[in-house]
Design a binder for this molecule. Structure first.
Ligand SMILES: Nc1nc2c(c(=O)[nH]1)N[C@H]1C(S)=C(S)[C@@H](COP(=O)(O)O)O[C@H]1N2
Ligand SMILES: [Mo]
Length: 407
């Protein structure tokens, strides 16, 4: 078993060490992070325990609420076996993301769009309309303040967008979904924060309103709030929460997962030993585009801290300001990308910088600690935000990545 950093075991919240995360392009399941708002639901546990037949007969109900369609046909139920038989099976590489971590998984399932258009043909007419939502619900009691089951929603037009493969998934990396990751059936929404990829899916509702579940209404909202202002009262906070839109698309981002000095082994009798030419800084990381737009490059700037200063992450914002001034000297890492195609997976990248290059970038200053600052640029030339505004809950950070180089 790979080593995970466990934040809580009940409910299970864990993630791999960042440097392990980028070792594989497809994240092995034992390095796939966990985010849970409650225990694994009993019905899912029982189905997995009983085996194939119980798994295949796991049912999801599909319903339409008033306001979405004029003529109401009642709800319909489909089992996992029926979903598999009736609709084309597709495979998609989709990165799922939570606060501070990510997993790049190859999912297998069917398109939610195919199911909905088949069951409720008239929704095709609502393709471009923004006034309806697809609400997902699991069977999991999430024991949070208001209790209730875990659920969430996404705008209906995203589900019907032919360029966004929203999946009902039953396999991950070619294997059956594991119980922890939502078996028998889960939703996988490309490009959108992981919280909307509902595990242990039991119900899909087309509604004129977004989900009223706790996670949609009381969590995962980026409430801008100046850091210097006194914390709001519970009442004020509730008001701000109610006024703020739920988060949805994951932002354009880039993260340095490790930055190390590598001394190349020149073998026995090597004469080039300590002259500087053989030592390199090796950086690794990943990036993710906004709405499936692939990344084109990652620009890395090196900064030398004054010799009496020790790096800590509270300096990051200021360091990104310094890096912004030095963009002309940044080391550019070009990423291989697939033309104009959408890309819902992550991009991994690696940069090697030798000491001469490094000296040029830092003006020869190497006495203090060195930090690397990375920003991503997408295929349309859009740059990653340098530093986001403060938000009350510290969610959805997408600023440039700052990392101490370990020397
Ligand atoms: N039913 C249910 N679905 C859920 C969650 C949950 O707690 N319960 N967590 C969500 C969150 S916040 C994330 S980031 C992803 C994580 O999926 P994973 O635990 O398979 O990594 O699942 C989402 N789906
Ligand atoms: Mo999450």
């Amino acid at each position: 078993m790979a080593e995970m950093i466990t934040h809580s075991s009940q409910p299970l919240n864990a993630e791999p060490k960042p440097q392990d995360l980028v070792k594989n392009d497809v994240t092995p399941i034992d390095l796939f992070y966990h985010r849970n708002h409650g225990p694994v639901p009993r019905d899912a546990e029982a189905a997995i325990h009983e085996g194939k037949q119980a798994i295949e007969s796991w049912e999801v109900s599909f319903e339409v609420e008033d306001g979405v369609r004029e003529t109401g046909i009642g709800g319909k139920r489909l089992s996992l076996a029926q979903l598999r038989d009736k609709y084309d099976t597709i495979e998609e590489d989709i990165a799922l993301q939570a606060k501070s971590t990510i997993a790049n998984i190859v999912w297998e399932g069917c398109l939610l769009r195919s199911v909905l258009v088949d069951l409720f043909p008239s929704i095709k007419e609502k393709k471009d309309q923004g006034d309806w939502h697809v609400v997902f619900e699991s069977s999991q009691d999430c024991g949070e303040e208001e209790g209730g089951v875990f659920g969430g929603s996404i705008p209906g037009k995203i589900v019907l967008d032919p360029s966004v493969p929203v999946l009902l998934a039953w396999k991950q990396n070619g294997e059956d979904l594991t119980l922890q990751h939502g078996a028998p059936l889960r939703v996988v929404v490309p490009g959108i924060i992981g919280a909307r990829s509902i595990k242990w899916l039991r119900k899909v509702t087309l509604s004129s309103k977004p989900s009223q579940h706790h996670a949609q209404q009381q969590d995962y909202k980026s409430i801008s709030y100046p850091p210097t202002k006194e914390m709001p009262s519970a009442e004020e906070k509730a008001k701000l929460m109610a006024e703020t839109e739920p988060m949805n698309w994951s932002p354009l981002q880039c993260v340095i997962t490790d930055a190390n000095l590598k001394i190349q082994d020149v073998g026995e009798g090597g004469s080039e030993g300590n002259e500087g030419g053989k030592a390199k800084v090796v950086l690794r990381g990943y990036g993710l585009g906004l709405k499936g737009v692939p990344l084109r490059e990652v620009d890395i700037t090196f900064l030398a801290l004054p010799s009496n200063t020790h790096y800590d992450s509270s300096m990051d914002e200021k360091l990104t300001q310094e890096a912004a001034v030095k963009q002309g000297q940044a080391k550019r890492v070009e990423l291989a990308f697939t033309g104009g195609h959408k890309n819902w997976g992550w991009s991994r990248w690696e940069a090697e910088v030798d000491l001469d290059e490094l000296h040029q970038m830092t003006g020869g200053e190497t006495r203090g600690q060195l930090v690397a600052v990375a920003k991503a640029i997408d295929a349309n030339g859009h740059e990653q935000t340098r530093w986001p505004d403060w938000n009350l809950r510290g969610v959805g950070f997408d600023g440039w990545s700052v990392k101490l180089v370990q020397i």
